[in-house]
Design a protein around this ligand. Structure first.
Ligand code: SF4
Length: 344
């Protein structure tokens, strides 16, 4: 799996007021990557692409360096209290990615250089909730690992939270460039989760991401480093042969992590999410991937109103029950040491 190398880099002039901003621009100039000034990281013009599909692909290769100004942070229920804004976007091109709906037609990648200020805002939010714990999610609108080799922001954040008694940090990734995080003193205050799927699903739908075996290998390293670890298995898709495919995935998962389970006190967590889509997501997916094979046939789905007012198409109860029973059996059989947090 090749690491993310942007084709072009935009930067807000204010980002040069920060060490990280100056270092990043220097680094990309040395790499002979075009660097262009832009007035706002929220409105970047100049990304090429005539069709929706071209614009999407070009945006996925575009990095924008900016200063994050909003404070306080957005809430992040139910998995955490707040989003921790370090990165927005992702270079992966998974057909069902939730960011394709949230980030518009040009989902470029943004990194924020005022990490110290972001962490100070986090500190204030922790103080406000004291003596309760406050949990921050670092991947609500991104896969933050893709740019970590350039920014070191996760490294800084993990070290920051290691010293915070009342703060916890978590993020999820499909990427495997995690070696720089392994030797850090995390103090068990950061949970790293990997998003995985069956080999078949990854191959067909998760373009530009590492294979299942690469992700599981990285998860083994995370466990060896003593980090609390979890897996998001999503989206679970119904297709011919799904039982065997997902059984093999859980088996592989168990083989990859069992030798290191003794390194952590808490259980490895599993979060299971079946495939669902909104009408808007379907139309975006068809714009970008006109020949997608993603099963989005309303006749085979059940319509359900979501908590945010818009409806989504989920699998009907008979399929959901098959999923739940089958995954329960597989996890009992191969990974009884895990804890399934939810299945939706
Ligand atoms: Fe989206 Fe995650 Fe795929 Fe990136 S890796 S495109 S964030 S689903």
């Amino acid at each position: 799996m090749q690491n993310f190398i942007p084709t072009r880099v935009f930067y807000e002039p204010q980002s040069l007021d920060y060490n990280l901003g100056r270092e990043l621009i220097e680094k990309f100039k040395r790499m002979n990557i075009e660097t262009i000034s832009t007035t706002s990281h929220n409105r970047v013009t100049g990304i090429p692409g005539k069709t929706a599909a071209q614009a999407y692909r070009e945006a996925k290769r575009t990095l924008v360096i900016g200063v994050r100004r909003d404070s306080p942070f957005q809430t992040c229920k139910p998995s955490a209290h707040y989003q921790l804004p370090l990165v927005t976007g992702c270079s992966g091109m998974c057909e069902y990615c939730y960011l394709a709906t949230n980030l518009g037609k040009k989902p470029y990648i943004r990194v924020y250089v005022n990490v110290d200020e972001v962490l100070q805002t986090a500190k204030k939010l922790m103080r406000d909730r004291s003596p309760e714990l406050t949990i921050f999610e670092g991947s609500a609108v991104s896969d933050p690992i893709i740019v970590e080799r350039y920014t070191g922001s996760l490294e800084k954040t993990i070290q920051f939270f290691s010293k915070e008694e009342l703060g916890r940090f978590r993020f999820v990734t499909k990427f495997t460039d995690i070696d720089s995080l392994l030797a850090l003193n995390h103090n068990n205050h950061t949970t790293i989760r990997f998003s995985i799927n069956s080999k078949h699903v990854i191959k067909i739908y998760e373009h530009g991401t590492p294979s299942l075996s690469e992700r599981l290998k990285a998860a083994g390293k995370v466990l060896q480093a003593g980090y609390p670890l979890g897996f998001i298995i999503a989206p679970i898709i119904f297709f011919p042969g799904w039982e065997e495919e997902y059984e093999s995935m859980i088996k592989d998962l168990a083989v990859a992590i069992k030798p290191y389970l003794g390194n952590i006190d808490e259980k490895v967590t599993l979060e299971l999410i079946s495939h669902r889509y909104t009408k808007r997501a379907k139309s975006n997916i068809l714009d970008i991937f006109p020949t997608t094979e993603l099963p989005m046939d309303e006749d085979k789905r059940k319509f359900k109103y979501g908590q945010f007012g818009y409806g989504k198409y989920v699998y009907p109860p008979d399929i959901m029950n098959q999923f739940k029973e089958t995954f329960h059996n597989y996890t009992e059989k191969y990974l009884p040491e895990s804890e399934t947090k939810y299945f939706v």
